[in-house]
Design a protein around this ligand. Structure first.
Ligand SMILES: *Cc1c(COP(=O)(O)O)cnc(C)c1O
Length: 378
């Protein structure tokens, strides 16, 4: 089965009892046992629910893993992954990972003895230099936010194999439509399904997929023990979202390509960050490890004041955090998603005050470009 077919028919397709073409929503907590200890695959919905199971089977199949897990948010998925480890274990984490990932590692799991070093994961040597005796895992996002820095997944995977570390990749920006980290050597792939997989700004959900069956058992043990599971209604919404992932990602990318073309031609835009640009630092690696470049881009309009002007003038771009939905969203990282990072550190990371981030939606491209034109020209 090819990927676009898998998105629609993968996992568990419809309902064999009634012929319903969509998986039913099993709004249920417990299941009748035929005799003591004899159940039909489901006992209690924290442990397993048929609608969630269909969602989990689907994400496992489209990421090319053996087992998938659905959680109540991306952060719940990431937290469950961290709970595979123990006090005294050390993680090497990308220095530009999602703010919530930084927060949970540095301000929650620090209390449980998880140690973290943040490095630029685009530089293999920086990862290698950060390895300690107690290092157990590398966690990265690629391309990252907001400068779309690319990390070489197969190269990091080789290093991890060599050093006996687990590689965890947050694949939220690319989605399994464009990039499959497990195929590239990662051990665990995770998603904020709130973004492209759900795709319509209507659900908060997280996913994790593993290749190794034993690791799958361990992650199920955590999921069932800690209990941050995705409910049946949201599992169904997510399955519905994933069915259109292919056409949405293609259209997101086509719109993005045209906006990038438009922005790179303008003198009043200082820089454009998009992995699809030939002069983007990670372009070659991105081309090797992914089938596309995605729908996220950033551009520098020169100053914080100018960025604020642009944001106050746009009509079709919604001023909001988050990404990956049908609606185009616009934000200023220095004042929004990355505001908690000290100005000096932001400058080191290259996140200037004039940087504007766009999650390109599925509106008509002529409207989007017209809107950006008037917002830039005032
Ligand atoms: C949003 C996001 C998360 C967190 O997901 P939630 O669903 O908001 O909990 C994690 N990683 C990345 C890259 C994200 O964009």
């Amino acid at each position: 089965m090819k990927l676009k077919t898998k998105l629609i028919h993968g996992g568990i397709d419809g309902d064999e009892h009634t012929g319903a073409v969509s998986v039913p929503i099993y709004q249920v907590s417990t299941y009748k046992q035929d005799a003591i200890g004899q159940h039909r695959g489901f006992e209690y919905s924290r442990t397993g629910n048929p609608t969630r199971h269909a969602c989990e089977a689907l994400i496992a199949e489209i990421e090319g893993g053996t087992r998938g897990f659905a959680f109540g948010s991306g952060m719940a998925a990431i937290s469950a992954i961290v709970m595979l480890f123990k006090a005294g274990d050390h993680f090497i984490v990308g220095d530009d990972v999602y703010g919530g990932t930084y927060r949970v590692l540095s301000h929650v799991f620090d209390r449980f003895g998880i140690e973290v070093t943040y490095v630029n994961t685009s530089h293999l040597a920086d990862i290698e230099a950060a390895i300690q005796d107690n290092t157990k895992a590398v966690f990265l996002e690629t391309p990252s936010n907001p400068l779309l820095k690319v990390s070489d997944i197969p190269a990091v995977a080789d290093l991890c194999k060599d050093k006996g570390l687990m590689l965890i990749v947050d694949n939220t920006f690319m989605t399994p439509y464009w990039q499959n980290p497990l195929q590239l050597g990662a051990d665990i792939v995770t998603h904020s399904a709130t973004k492209y997989l759900g795709g319509h700004s209507d659900v908060v959900a997280g996913l994790a997929v593993v290749k190794d069956e034993e690791l799958g058992e361990q992650l199920h043990h955590v999921q069932n023990s800690v209990g941050g599971v995705l409910g049946p209604q949201d599992s169904w919404i997510l399955i519905r979202g994933i069915k259109t992932l292919g056409i949405r990602m293609q259209e997101h990318e086509e719109n993005t390509r045209q906006i990038v073309d438009f922005l790179t031609k303008r003198d009043d835009v200082k820089a454009v960050f998009y992995p699809g640009l030939k002069d983007h630092p990670g372009h070659d690696i991105q081309t090797k490890q992914s089938r596309g470049f995605g729908g996220m881009l950033s551009f520098d309009v020169g100053s914080g004041e100018r960025a604020e002007q642009v944001l106050s003038r746009v009509k079709y771009f919604t001023l909001a955090e988050s990404l990956g939905a049908v609606e185009s969203l616009i934000s200023v990282p220095a004042k929004m998603t990355h505001a908690s990072i000290p100005a000096e550190r932001r400058a080191e990371l290259g996140i200037s005050d004039g940087l504007v981030r766009i999650s390109v939606g599925l509106e008509d491209i002529e409207d989007l470009i017209e809107d950006l034109t008037q917002a830039l020209e005032g």
